[in-house]
Design a protein around this ligand. Sequence first.
Ligand SMILES: NC(=O)C1=CN([C@@H]2O[C@H](COP(=O)(O)OP(=O)(O)OC[C@H]3O[C@@H](n4cnc5c(N)ncnc54)[C@H](O)[C@@H]3O)[C@@H](O)[C@H]2O)C=CC1
Ligand SMILES: NCC(=O)COP(=O)(O)O
Length: 346
Amino acid sequence: MRRQEEPLLVLTMGCPAGVGPDVILAGARDLVRLPARILVLGDARVLRERARILGLSPPLSLVKTPEEARAGRLNLLSLSELSVQPGKPTLEGFQAMVRYIREGVRLCLSGQAAALVTGPISKEGLAAAGEPYPGHTEMLAALTGAREVAMAFWGERLRVVLVTTHLALKEALKRLSPEAILRAARLAHRFLQEDLGIKRPRLALSALNPHAGEGGLFGDEEARILAPAVEAARREGLPLEGPFPADSLFFRAASGEFDLVVALYHDQGLIPFKLLHFRDGVNVTLGLPIVRTSVDHGTAYEIAGTGRADPASLIAAVALALRVATHRLCRPQVPPDPDSPYRLKA
Ligand SMILES: NC(=O)C1=CN([C@@H]2O[C@H](COP(=O)(O)OP(=O)(O)OC[C@H]3O[C@@H](n4cnc5c(N)ncnc54)[C@H](O)[C@@H]3O)[C@@H](O)[C@H]2O)C=CC1
Ligand SMILES: NCC(=O)COP(=O)(O)O
């Protein structure tokens, strides 16, 4: 394979004041060994200044167009020119992080890039920049015209998909329904089978209440919502089992009994996931017409510029994006859905 033929992966820098620049710089030497052309969408001034603070000299090459990107180095398309203090976010920085995401999506939708890997953004910053989305997931759904998306997390030991995401817990519980569970399970099953090539994935549904409700003594959601979802999944041939008590299910899944757990709300899935994969976990958006992975951590402002930010999650996110993109390049892309409820008004 000639160098120029290696897939182009775009990597957004995230909030300029967060640890996005740190993990890109710290991970650069590992990233450039991957068989891909990696194009960072970010800020040359911020990256140079952060490299100076951290005492790093990464293999970064400034390019003017994506076509100039080459494998074996980190290519940087500079979309802003900011003066930023690590850990001190600004409105200009929030606006820039949005610009990087929009350009990344544009490059993927136009077919120039094979995958998008996102650096950490501040959700408060997204709102401050005027974006009506709680996070990347919803923003990417809107920008790509996806109809149904799900937030999932990938690690060597544990994989999780969430039925509900960024909501107050009491709101998340109100949103639980057999349909919502089925939606997440279907997207996860498709991801495992079609994007990762797992022939017969095994999925398990986590219960909500202690001991899966103990026959109704500790809650009725298992009988009212979860068991009907598993039944409906079976009817359509989805290999979903459960609901299983949450306190032992994640151990069983991490021991290899299941390929993925369908978790009902954010912290139910993310506490066990981050306990095992805090450093090297990957966030994946399922259901998009483009490949998107992300670091599983946030902006960590308090350690930006200190040299303590671990790049392992970023390296794993790029490696997973490359794996999925390579797999997808062999089959047709899903076109945007014209009836998507997320579709942006012109
Ligand atoms: N993919 C994304 O864009 C994500 C963004 N966020 C956003 O980030 C902001 C901060 O959120 P937090 O809940 O504080 O989570 P956080 O992940 O930024 O920080 C949690 C803890 O982990 C540490 N940490 C984070 N990344 C690290 C790394 N690479 N190496 C070593 N230690 C690391 C931090 O110092 C802190 O102690 C919020 O605005 C949140 O919405 C949170 C998660 C994901
Ligand atoms: N806790 C996971 C998370 O916040 C990921 O959000 P997103 O920005 O990828 O939608």
